[in-house]
Design a protein around this ligand. Structure first.
Ligand SMILES: Cc1cc2nc3c(=O)[nH]c(=O)nc-3n(C[C@H](O)[C@H](O)[C@H](O)COP(=O)(O)O)c2cc1C
Length: 219
């Protein structure tokens, strides 16, 4: 946003190169400045983008900070192209609140997509009425499926790095997820990581059984 003219030039060149949909993704800017944001969004639309995604945080704000969804409602009033909102969506209820507050036309998932890959189907079912049956989420099954996809879709030298990235987010599903993340971080191969993660899942399953036994209701 600090390079208004350069961005205008890039969009204009890109627009001339393709008739395919051209989209842009922005944050709200370095600081809250309605005039500047409005000019920037209007420029993007004038130069011919077909859709704008707004990550509703300021440039340097960390992912942990609550996003400013309501600012997107202002952007929605300035534009005629569809607006997609992004930031802080981790469940259907977040999506619902976010759509209501931002008045956006659609949602983009960031960290939620990586930590809870089933979130897409959850939102499609709960917010968009898609006929997707509710299934019990099995975290070990999702993790193992991710490893299988890595092995079939990725070149060998990129698999371990991707697994470490994924595990960093996926570990948020467990109370002691940092143990899981650390064990994968310290692994030197996908096989080693898979073995360590298997042990972690076994321990988690044992804990669950133990909890069920401890909290059995009196008869
Ligand atoms: C693993 C990962 C990869 C990302 N890669 C990109 C990227 O290539 N381009 C981009 O604009 N944003 C990227 N992002 C940022 C997200 O699109 C999103 O703006 C950000 O995570 C905020 O949304 P959230 O609060 O739902 O996480 C990435 C985020 C994550 C977690």
């Amino acid at each position: 946003m600090e390079n208004f003219r350069e961005v205008r030039r890039i969009i204009a060149v890109a627009r001339k190169q393709t008739t395919l949909p051209l989209t842009a993704k922005i944050r709200l800017g370095p600081k809250l400045d309605q005039g500047k944001l409005k000019d920037f969004c209007a420029m993007l639309e004038d130069e011919g983008i077909d859709l704008l995604t707004v990550h509703a945080r300021l440039s340097k704000e960390p992912f942990g900070r609550k996003p400013r969804w309501s600012w997107c409602a202002r952007i929605k009033e300035w534009l005629t192209i569809p607006l997609v909102i992004n930031g802080g969506i981790f469940c259907s209820r977040d999506g619902e609140h976010c759509l209501r507050e931002s008045r956006a036309d659609g949602l983009m998932l960031g960290c939620g997509a990586v930590s809870k890959p089933w979130l897409f189907s959850e939102i499609a079912r709960d917010l968009y009425g898609c006929n997707i049956p509710k299934k019990k989420v099995s975290l070990p099954a999702i993790y193992n499926n991710f490893i299988n996809l890595l092995v079939t879709q990725f070149p060998p030298d990129r698999r371990l790095g991707r697994l470490k990235d994924f595990t960093h987010y996926f570990a948020a599903n467990f109370t002691f997820g940092h143990h899981l993340a650390l064990s994968v971080q310290n692994s030197r191969s996908v096989e080693e990581a898979k073995e360590k993660v298997g042990l972690f899942f076994e321990k988690e399953a044992a804990k669950e059984t133990e909890a069920r036994v401890l909290f059995q209701p009196c008869t």
